[in-house]
Design a protein around this ligand. Sequence first.
Ligand SMILES: C[S@@+](CC[C@H](N)C(=O)[O-])C[C@H]1O[C@@H](n2cnc3c(N)ncnc32)[C@H](O)[C@@H]1O
Length: 320
Amino acid sequence: MDASLALPRLRFCDSLKAADDPALELRAGLSAAAASIAPKFFYDRLGARLFEAICELSEYTLPRDEQVIFDRHTADITQAVGPDCTLIDLGAGNCAKAERLFPALAPRQYVAIDIAAAFLREQLTRVAQRHPQIEMIGVATDFSSGLALPASVRAQRRLAFYPGSSIGNFAPLDARAFLSSVHAACNGGYLLLGADLVKDPVAQVAAYDDALGVTAAFNLNVLNVANRLAGTDFLVSDWRHVARFNETESRMEMHLEARRDLVVCWPGGERRFAAGELIHTENSYKYTRSGLTGLLHSAGYRNVRLFTDPSERFVVALAE
Ligand SMILES: C[S@@+](CC[C@H](N)C(=O)[O-])C[C@H]1O[C@@H](n2cnc3c(N)ncnc32)[C@H](O)[C@@H]1O
């Protein structure tokens, strides 16, 4: 039996639109002059597990830096937000970061939103079993073109939670548009946002090109996802993981580089790649404290408070 059925305070809502055709989007990205695959396609079940493994890597300090901040400042956050909030987790993944906030925040409702519907269902069901007192809603949706919440989400005291450095996947103007849509969806509430700070480029590249090759596997796995969703015939062994820091844009970039001249085919189309040609798979913009404050103000937020870890590698913003 589906374990979620035995949990009366847990509901799921599938808001993935038929119009969001992943095959069309993937094929269009591969056909563009500069080929690309959007990072939202990383997260099939294996991709979600590989991301969890990345978070354990010594090179990827981000989750530990962020946790230090939450350990130090959860009391400040709880005091500002107040009791009985509606905690809205954007790109919830395994829901672990939100769950760690439950004891202090004691949310009335927890809304976990993610594009990876099956993984979300599995993870949120486990979380709901551990916290039967909290009403929970799992929302499967793609929020890349703006956040829309189902009517079952409580309107009172909304706290949007966007941890990690997922905001860095958006180019600056898209980040502003996305945060404005979150602002509109949580009007009168708060935003708790994580962002990675600009740091030493060597450490930065190591964080995306670890010695064990876990990030390489995560990046390459997107080709398996494309094969499944778009009917492409990628051979993973034909491609190499590339991570580099783009200083001009202040962003880490991940690419996949063709190891030889090859052709990738899909129903109704194909794309020729020369050896060395790239598919751009992810940007991860790095912020300064003032840059992040400016972004939040431009998206409509006020009373921005910033919390950083002692090494100033990561920042968490709390904004009204
Ligand atoms: C980097 S992981 C972060 C997971 C977790 N919040 C954390 O910080 O550990 C990004 C998560 O966002 C989800 N995601 C990525 N793009 C999305 C989109 N456009 N709409 C909804 N969810 C998305 C992914 O499926 C994944 O679970």
